[in-house]
Design a binder for this molecule. Structure first.
Ligand SMILES: CCCCCCCCC/C=C/C(=O)SCCNC(=O)CCNC(=O)[C@H](O)C(C)(C)COP(=O)(O)OP(=O)(O)OC[C@H]1O[C@@H](n2cnc3c(N)ncnc32)[C@H](O)[C@@H]1OP(=O)(O)O
Ligand SMILES: NC(=O)C1=CN([C@@H]2O[C@H](COP(=O)(O)OP(=O)(O)OC[C@H]3O[C@@H](n4cnc5c(N)ncnc54)[C@H](OP(=O)(O)O)[C@@H]3O)[C@@H](O)[C@H]2O)C=CC1
Length: 283
């Protein structure tokens, strides 16, 4: 689909790059010639991922970092600059989320999600943005949000995540304008349902409910990680140089299904429609 040198020699930092969607994005970037730096809290996860991802060549530098702690974020970029000498692209992918009635949340539970998603993304963006501006270097930042942020609707039962991801989307759009003069581009992706261990173990209450929610997707399936990774490759590449401040939803049409008042009528069969139509025309 892409030229094999689309991202050649680009140094790309991915938070949460050792698992799930972050890892899938990283694997695609490596195939396209990028050099990676992955960061998250668990060193063993990063180490195993880096080993596995480079089995067919390529370079993955890893460094443990809790994005909630600005001093660890500074140390992370110091380590990446010491290793590669530069950064070209940042993917803010790390997140925390779980389902709960909002009234059952403690303030610490709220903080744990807001601090990872909103503060962590902001700290990463700020630390690297300052360096790029100082170096007079252009670059691209990709933020992974959610459909409930992109739609503006939010969502019950994941309210800290909904509030934090909406904040990240506003950060994306605000800096797209403010930092354009420095050649710093901002883009976002809003994924729908992409089965990963991290998300499913915290967000899917039962297999039966998971099936029900998947059936709500007009395309009647979950997304493939490779579909998301290809979009993430295009958006950070120079081929997308004129896309700035946009969020691209990739969800099989799921959010639109919930938005259109009559979309539930998709459940009616042809026979149902024959009967209904005859009945309504006779009125
Ligand atoms: C259907 C189809 C879908 C389809 C799926 C569609 C996708 C929807 C969009 C998905 C978006 C995503 O982000 S999916 C990404 C999912 N991945 C992750 O979340 C990975 C990282 N997550 C984590 O590490 C943890 O889950 C998280 C709690 C956020 C942070 O861990 P920490 O170790 O920092 O925090 P802890 O000390 O364990 O907990 C902090 C406080 O939070 C409380 N807490 C923790 N879990 C809690 C819970 N389940 N309910 C209430 N409260 C909880 C604890 O009791 C603590 O409060 P006190 O008791 O008061 O001290
Ligand atoms: N899967 C899906 O269907 C959807 C996912 N998304 C988004 O996609 C992204 C990836 O999610 P997914 O792959 O599913 O889930 P994962 O749980 O696999 O990914 C979350 C990653 O974030 C890292 N992380 C969490 N907290 C911190 C922290 N404080 N500091 C640094 N890293 C941290 C985790 O690593 P560690 O524990 O080692 O720190 C982990 O690698 C997230 O932004 C999520 O919101 C959006 C919509 C749908």
């Amino acid at each position: 689909m892409f030229r094999s040198d689309l991202l050649r020699d680009k140094v790309i930092v991915i938070t949460g790059g050792g698992t799930g969607l972050g890892r899938a994005i990283g694997e695609r970037y490596l195939e396209l010639g990028a050099k990676l730096a992955i960061a998250s809290r668990r060193k063993d996860v990063l180490q195993t991922a880096a080993q596995e991802m480079t089995q067919n060549g390529g370079e993955v530098f890893y460094h443990p970092c809790d994005v909630r702690d600005p001093s660890q974020v500074t140390e992370l970029f110091d380590a990446i600059y010491a290793h590669y000498g530069k950064v070209d692209i940042l993917v803010n992918n790390a997140a925390g989320n779980f389902i709960s009635p909002t009234e059952r949340l403690s303030s610490r539970a709220v903080d744990s999600v807001l601090n990872i998603v909103l503060h962590g993304t902001f700290y990463m963006t700020l630390e690297l943005g300052k360096r790029w501006i100082e170096e007079k270097k252009s670059g691209t930042m990709l933020n992974i949000v959610t459909t409930y942020a992109a739609s503006g609707a939010g969502s019950g039962f994941v309210v800290p995540s909904a509030a934090a991801k909406a904040g990240v989307l506003t950060l994306t759009r605000s800096l797209a304008v403010e930092w354009a003069k420095y050649g710093i581009r901002q883009v976002a992706i809003a994924p729908g349902m992409f089965p990963t261990e991290g998300a499913w173990s915290r967000l899917v209450p039962s297999e039966e409910m998971g099936e029900r929610l998947l059936n709500r997707v007009p395309l009647h399936r979950a997304g493939n990680k490779s579909e998301l990774a290809n979009l993430a490759a295009f958006l950070v590449s120079d081929e997308a140089a004129y896309i700035n401040g946009e969020v691209v939803t990739i969800d099989g049409g799921e959010w639109l299904q919930g938005a259109g008042e009559f979309n539930e009528l998709a459940d009616l069969t042809n026979e149902d429609w024959d009967q209904l139509s005859a009945k309504m025309r006779s009125k």
